[in-house]
Design a protein around this ligand. Structure first.
Ligand code: AHR
Length: 497
């Protein structure tokens, strides 16, 4: 049995989690949009063609913002192709994913979907094959009231009210060799700065996200962030981070500690941001939009898909209990940096490396990773406390890491939530919780997710193989509590007054 302890004092604060931290991402790739959120032939489709059962599952995740339309897709996208009468929209070769894009769903449908499910849109503009002019036209199309060309185009398309899109990404992964229209840091920094200028002149209320590195494994990181920010610091509000993790060689102890690698990446990006802040003698602190993060078996589960199909089966990773443990660690690390990470998007939302899946028969189910994200989104909103934790440790490729990761959030409703991830495959944990200056709190529930086998997952046929359960096993009183945390599990400990 491992021993671990968390000591909490509500006066020791890291920061508040912005709701934007619980965002997601929908790209025109594979079956994320078509046969994912949108399937007009499905019996549960609404009048616009969106699946109501999928929308209900999305709503359960309480997603604050959804990034769209890409991803790599956006770097070859002409937004005008996706607006206006559907029957007139062009079918196009989509070069990021070797697919055919029908443009049945575009900006107007996406913004309407966001309204239906209670999320805010975050739109990316194409700075791969296009530039500042098309970017400011899209801002006008979405956000201007009436009486000018692009606002009137939206109204003629049936959308009288502006979409009022607040968050805008200045391109996508412009450092990546795979990116359509890839640029050097200087080339990108200049075009991002000029696009930012025109976009904010069109609508000064918008918030802009400039591209950081697509991964800390690229040799250009962290110089990319430094050079891009030197060119754009005063014009942008956030710098993006993207990272994906996978268990590529069966090294489970290292994989479930992937958040240690995420931590190093965050430190690197913050160092570049704060270097530029110091160099510019600026009073502004750059915030992070972690707008792509997830588990993705992109290198170890290669697939051979026939090119030029509409909505092919792409990147439909099935997630196991092991993936849920790894994802729990990533969530804890991001929430721990809530003073600097203000936006974050789980990439992606439906079918493509996603918590929600559908299949060709029309079934829908929730993956293991659905649940830790849902818990963080539900109970992680509030003040993250700077806790004192100790846990036994182990060595892995990321260095020495604790078996048990934990984080405490003092909720907006005055509840206290402790998230706990036990990454030991063999040992349960004897976990002490000391709530200083919170003697009036008592345990409400212990939500626990674990599985008989770390490879267990949910499927269309067995959608409830691995789901959380709620138990009442937290012992103690007057600020001193103890609970058994099972081996290889994700846990949410809830306390209320
Ligand atoms: O989410 C899948 C892809 O991963 C995105 O299109 C791209 O931005 C990243 O490389």
């Amino acid at each position: 049995m491992i021993k671990s302890k968390i000591r909490v004092n509500s006066e020791y604060v890291i920061g508040k989690t912005d709701s934007g931290m619980f965002g997601s991402f929908l790209e025109h790739v594979g079956r994320a949009i078509y046969n994912g959120i949108y399937d007009p032939k499905h019996p549960l489709a609404d009048s616009m063609g969106f699946r109501k059962d999928v929308a209900e599952a999305v709503k359960e995740l309480n997603i604050s913002v959804i990034r769209y339309p890409g991803g790599n897709f956006v770097s070859g996208y002409n937004w005008e192709d996706g607006v206006g009468p559907i029957e007139l929209r062009p079918k196009k070769l989509e070069l990021a994913w070797n697919s055919v894009e029908t443009n049945m769903v575009g900006t107007d449908e996406f913004c309407t979907y966001c309204k239906k499910i209670g999320s805010e849109p975050m739109l990316a503009v194409n700075l791969g094959t296009r530039g500042p002019d098309e970017a400011r036209q899209l801002v006008e199309y979405c956000n201007s009231r009436a009486g000018t060309k692009y606002a009137d185009m939206r109204i003629a398309n049936g959308y009288k009210e502006p979409h009022n899109v607040k968050y805008w990404c200045l391109g996508n992964e412009m450092d990546g060799p795979w990116q359509i229209g890839r640029k050097t840091a200087y080339e990108y920094g200049r075009v991002a700065e000029e696009s930012a200028k025109l976009m904010k002149l069109t609508d000064p209320s918008i918030k802009l996200i400039v591209c950081g590195s697509s991964s800390n494994l690229l040799p250009t990181h962290p110089d990319w962030e430094r050079e891009v920010l030197e060119l754009t610091y005063d014009s942008v509000d956030y710098i993006s981070m993207h990272s994906y993790y996978e268990n590529a060689n069966g090294d489970t102890p290292s994989f479930v500690a992937s958040n240690a690698q995420m931590e190093k990446f965050i430190q690197g990006v913050l160092a570049s941001c704060d270097f530029v802040k110091a160099k510019k003698r600026s009073n502004k602190t750059m915030m992070i939009s972690y707008d792509e993060w997830n588990i993705w078996y992109q290198f170890s589960r290669k697939q051979d898909v026939e090119p030029w199909q509409v909505a092919p089966h792409l990147f439909e990773d099935i997630y196991s209990m092991e993936d849920a443990v790894a994802l729990g660690g990533l969530l804890i690390t991001m929430m721990r940096h809530c003073d600097r990470i203000k936006l974050a998007c789980l990439a992606q939302l439906v079918n493509v490396i996603a918590p929600i899946m559908t299949d060709d028969t029309g079934a829908m189910w929730k993956q293991t990773t659905f649940y830790p994200f849902m818990h963080a989104s539900k109970y992680g909103r509030g003040t993250v406390l700077n806790t004192i934790t100790n846990s036994e440790t182990y060595d892995c490729i990321h260095g020495t890491v604790p078996y048990v990761e934990s984080l405490c959030v003092f909720g907006e409703d005055e509840s206290i939530t402790v998230f706990v991830c036990n990454r030991s495959e063999e040992q349960d944990c004897d976990f002490d919780i000391i709530l200083e200056n919170a003697e009036e709190y008592s345990p409400e529930s212990h939500i626990v997710m674990t599985a008989a086998d770390k490879n267990m997952s949910n499927t269309a046929a067995n959608p409830f193989n691995v789901v959380p359960t709620s138990v009442n096993d937290i012992n103690g009183e007057k600020g001193t509590f103890n609970v058994k945390i099972p081996s290889f599990s994700w846990n949410v400990l809830r306390f209320t007054k």
